[in-house]
Design a binder for this molecule. Structure first.
Ligand code: PXP
Length: 239
């Protein structure tokens, strides 16, 4: 049965919009854990557009479940990961222009470079997950590259409709099962939300679902009533 990992990047996005201290992704991570998240994910992007170095080092100290560092497969990010030593590092493709991670990592065809990174992280006690499309070629390449985990890209499923969505769901299920047979731990994420998560949560071989945008979006709305009432009360008390 899958557990929930919460991606807190977009708390940092909101903070960076003003460049101040609020809202703090470290506080959000603690609240997510208190509410039942079994893992915290943060993507330290090379352009530092949301999560900052300060956040990831504090998260390393405060996260009580497990910290999953999403990172590009570059020498600079490997240096950060080896210094930080998160419980897990998930290698993702990263392009500067993209709004969010767009596709899975091209492991097939780049196995040697990826295997070197996997090895240097694993030899420092960091579990390594590769974010891949639900595709057998990339899955086999991930196994050959020495990954302990894969994270299956659920974005194709999330963006499809009708019969295509059912087929994407089967593709996820079949790839998850194949991963399990190869003795890889298998997670999934991207684009999951309150309307589409149920079918993915039913896939038995999945261990963790990593969800960010939908949770942060809902948090801003379900928190709106309380936030406005608190401000009205403060103004009224002082007029
Ligand atoms: N998993 C990976 C590898 C990601 O890159 C992201 C997005 O940062 C997520 C999961 C979470 O996706 P979403 O924000 O759409 O829930």
């Amino acid at each position: 049965m899958a557990t929930l990992g919460v991606n807190i990047d977009h708390i940092a996005t909101l903070r960076q919009a003003r460049g101040g201290k609020d809202p703090d992704p470290v506080a959000a991570a603690a609240l997510a854990e208190l509410a039942g998240a079994r893992g915290i994910t943060a993507h330290l992007r090379e352009d530092r557009r949301h999560i900052q170095d300060r956040d990831i080092y504090l998260l390393k100290q405060t996260v009580a479940t497990h910290l999953n560092l999403e990172m590009a497969a570059t020498a600079a990010m490997v240096t950060v990961a080896l210094d930080l030593v998160p419980a897990m590092a998930t290698l993702v493709p990263e392009k500067r222009e993209e709004r969010t991670t767009e596709g899975g990592l091209a492991v097939a065809g780049h196995e040697k470079e990826i295997a070197k990174i996997v090895e240097s992280l694993r030899s420092n006690n960091i579990l390594v997950s590769l974010f891949i499309d639900p595709d057998l070629n990339h899955l086999k390449a991930a196994k050959r590259a020495g990954a302990t985990h894969v994270e299956l890209h659920t974005g194709y499923y999330a963006n499809a409709a009708g019969q295509a969505r059912t087929e994407e769901l089967y593709r996820l299920r079949d790839t998850a099962l194949a991963a399990q047979k190869m003795e890889l731990c298998v997670n999934a994420g991207h684009g999951l939300n309150y309307r589409n998560v149920a079918a993915v949560a039913r896939i038995e071989s999945l261990e963790e679902l990593n969800i960010g945008h939908a949770i942060i979006s809902r948090a801003t709305l379900v928190g709106m009533d309380r936030a406005v009432r608190d401000m009205v009360a403060l103004i009224n008390k002082n007029k």
